[in-house]
Design a protein around this ligand. Structure first.
Ligand SMILES: [Zn+2]
Ligand SMILES: [Zn+2]
Length: 141
């Protein structure tokens, strides 16, 4: 049995899956590698650009991370999900780089703590509520 998810070129080429999702993924991969050889740059930057083109711009890296986070959350991983959160864990979840960004992505924290991304995000949205007003970033727009 293969562990590859449907919708990946690897599943198409190595596991000979010909479902629509895998066929599409393979078509996209073949197209991307042709374009790449021709020296063309990708028109869109998203998770498949990252995977198929090897583009490592910020946008692609972030999109790929988001995709992984969604997949992980969908898979419902979180071995410690029933355990109470410790202060140390919460501190890691809520630690900020600055007023707008967290020190770690939800996925990084989730993997580190063995919890689901959804659980981390839930703690963050709660943390935002109790955050002192003085720390809130001013909103412009
Ligand atoms: Zn498939
Ligand atoms: Zn890119």
């Amino acid at each position: 049995m293969s562990n590859r998810a449907h919708g990946t070129a690897g599943r198409y080429t190595e596991d000979d899956c010909r479902c629509d999702e895998c066929t599409d993924a393979n078509t996209e991969r073949v197209y991307a590698s042709k374009q790449k050889r021709a020296g063309r740059v990708p028109a869109v930057h998203n998770a498949s650009t990252y995977r198929n083109w090897g583009c490592d711009c910020d946008k692609c890296i972030q999109a790929n991370r988001d995709l992984l986070a969604r997949q992980q959350a969908a898979a419902g991983r979180g071995v410690n999900s029933r355990k109470e959160w410790t202060d140390k864990e919460l501190e890691l979840v809520l630690r900020r780089k600055d007023s707008r960004r967290y020190e770690h992505t939800a996925l990084e924290v989730a993997l580190k703590l063995g919890r689901s991304v959804a659980a981390v995000n839930a703690k963050r949205s709660r943390g935002r509520v109790i955050k002192p007003a003085t720390l809130a970033a001013p909103r412009r727009n």
